[in-house]
Design a protein around this ligand. Structure first.
Ligand code: SF4
Ligand code: SF4
Length: 231
């Protein structure tokens, strides 16, 4: 896609013009113990931040942007993201669904455009149901399939994945990869007897507060929830 190619070229040009690279604290870490050397991680990283060294992945931290795509898709769960590890996200899911999970929507919201839209909705004091519990991720690509299944297994009424509106993504292709993953996840859910109608997605630019509000209203109604009020 032309936009993705342009985005990649622009990002690649930044270190060239600056003459140095700023490493980010939120980076991937790999533990090779269970690695099957499948190569998914180094083939898919949008930033070329994973080297294949004798079929073993090696993270180049100076290039890693911490999107979480590699961690979410690693079939052997060998990769963690600093500050956004599996344990940290699982703890948030558990806490959010501790009480009355059947009344709640877990919303995985990307830190960039989607969270911007949520903020706009909040600043505008738009009236909308407060059934969602937001779990922030850097990119929608961080939302592993197991997080969604965990939410449903804990009784969540619904799960919403919110990322940047296409074709833009802070991580070049993160939203596309997330969208593809959700297609695969729905197929898997169908086979296992989960109700795929409880898994929603929305793609937002930072100015789309009204779209977030509309999604909250639609989802709450479609799931048959009593609209919660902000406390
Ligand atoms: S995706 Fe996981 S299992 Fe596959 S090579 Fe990378 S770290 Fe190893
Ligand atoms: S996919 Fe994302 S988190 Fe993983 S190494 Fe590449 S930039 Fe870092």
């Amino acid at each position: 896609m032309r936009e993705e190619a342009l985005g990649a070229a622009m990002r690649a040009s930044i270190p060239m013009t600056k003459g140095f690279v700023e490493a980010e604290g939120i980076v991937a870490k790999v533990d090779l113990t269970d690695c099957s050397q499948c190569g998914l991680c180094w083939k898919n990283c949008p930033f070329g931040a994973i080297e294949d060294i004798d079929k073993n992945p090696h993270i180049i931290e100076a290039l890693c942007k911490g999107c979480g795509l590699c961690a979410a898709d690693c079939p052997k769960e060998c990769i963690q993201i600093v500050h956004y590890g599996d344990d940290q996200i699982a703890a948030q899911i558990e806490a959010a669904l501790e009480e009355k999970p059947e009344e709640k929507i877990i919303a995985f919201v990307c830190h960039w455009c989607a969270l911007g839209a949520v903020d706009i909705a909040g600043v505008g004091r738009s009236e909308h149901p407060a059934n969602a519990r937001i779990i922030r991720v850097m990119c929608s690509a961080r939302v592993a399939q197991k997080y969604v299944i965990d939410c449903f297994d804990r009784g969540a009424a619904g799960v919403l994945v919110a990322g940047c509106e296409f074709p833009t993504c802070h991580y070049i292709t993160g939203n596309y990869k997330c969208s593809d993953r959700l297609v695969r996840l729905r197929k898997k859910m169908e086979k296992k007897g989960y109700d795929t109608g409880r898994l929603w997605e929305v793609w937002l630019s930072a100015s789309m507060g009204p779209k977030w509000v509309a999604t909250m209203k639609e989802m709450t109604e479609a799931l048959g929830l009593v609209p919660a009020r902000k406390s």
